[in-house]
Design a protein. Structure first.
Length: 319
């Protein structure tokens, strides 16, 4: 195992181009830095990998970028824009647009269960974006509240939800997952049953992730709550979540069953694709019922954060 490279500190120059401003958070495999691109003057976020699999991570992001360019998804308003991905001096990194707002994960700590309107405003645009990605051959592979960012409005762009941390469903990353896939003692709350049983994920895994996300937002709690990996994995594979209608009886009739189908243990028992799930959900959207236009460009989307604005450096990207 190689020795991890040291990441730059605030005030230092990274890759001879990026002036580091702050750390934005990170996890076991990566760290995210806030920086100024000295060539463009643009504020950016830089995700860095320093372990043995940094090169594979960069290759996975590049594969995503290639497909995004080819399919016209590169500047999709509900997908994080990635500018470049490089590997040098033992460090892999990708440079993305800078977001201001808060992750959905943070929002859920402040509002449980979520109001029905918030659920549709936050999740449906992301579902549509991922459905377009699926059509282009792109699978996200890790849908969770920490990978959806609720962007506040800026001078040039409206408030919107945005999905980030693509790449886990790309072939290069799946080869890596085969080496370190979730096991009975390392499952997390957002692991799909098929991820526990095989190394590969496909578009149906993203559907499961959205089903679990809907459950969490509507119920105010996760469907599986064991406090150790082994018991949690057994709960996920059994799929015996308490029906949403029992936890929140005020939900419209039929909504609980739609979420349960998206979360089916057997991928073949879920909706045929995300478009099918979206079509089943749309009649429950308060804006749909009122006859309002809810297309991507016309969506009446408002981010209601508590507090009203959380600086990215404090909130941190949950990559």
């Amino acid at each position: 195992m190689s020795e991890p490279a040291t990441l730059p500190a605030p005030g230092e120059l990274f890759a001879d181009r990026f002036q580091i401003e702050c750390g934005l958070g990170g996890g076991f495999e990566s760290q995210v830095l806030g920086a100024i691109d000295r060539e463009t003057g643009r504020r950016v976020a830089i995700k860095c990998w320093t372990g043995d699999h940094a090169e594979q991570a960069v290759a996975s992001v590049r594969a995503f970028m290639r497909l995004a360019y080819e399919s016209g998804l590169y500047e999709h308003p509900n997908l994080l824009e990635v500018f470049t991905a490089e590997f040098e001096n033992g460090t892999g990194y990708c440079v993305t647009e800078w977001l201001e707002g808060s992750t959905l994960a943070r929002q859920l700590t402040q509002s449980r269960p979520a109001p029905l309107q918030d659920v549709f405003e936050h999740v449906l645009p992301c579902m549509r974006a991922i459905a377009e990605a699926h059509a282009a051959g792109i699978v996200h592979g890790d849908i969770r509240p920490g990978h959806i960012f609720l962007c506040r409005a800026t001078r040039h762009r409206p408030a919107r939800p945005q999905v980030f941390d693509f790449g886990r469903g790309m072939p290069v990353f799946q080869e890596l997952r085969a080496l370190k896939r979730p096991t009975l003692d390392s499952a997390c709350h957002y692991t799909s049953p098929e991820q526990l049983q095989s190394a590969l994920v496909d578009a149906r895994s993203d559907q499961y992730g959205f089903g679990l996300l809907l459950y969490e937002m509507l119920a105010g709690e996760l469907p599986f709550t064991a406090d150790n990996g082994n018991d949690l994995a057994l709960e996920i594979v059994a799929g015996a979540a308490r029906p949403l209608a029992e936890l929140r009886p005020s939900l419209p009739p039929g909504l609980s069953e739609i979420v349960a189908r998206a979360m089916a243990v057997d991928p073949d028992e879920r909706f045929e694709d995300l478009l099918g799930l979206i079509a089943a959900l749309e009649p429950f959207d308060p804006r749909y019922a009122s006859g309002a236009s809810i297309g991507l460009e016309q969506a009446d989307y408002r981010v209601r954060l508590q507090p009203a604005y959380s600086a990215p450096g404090l909130d941190a990207y949950d990559w």
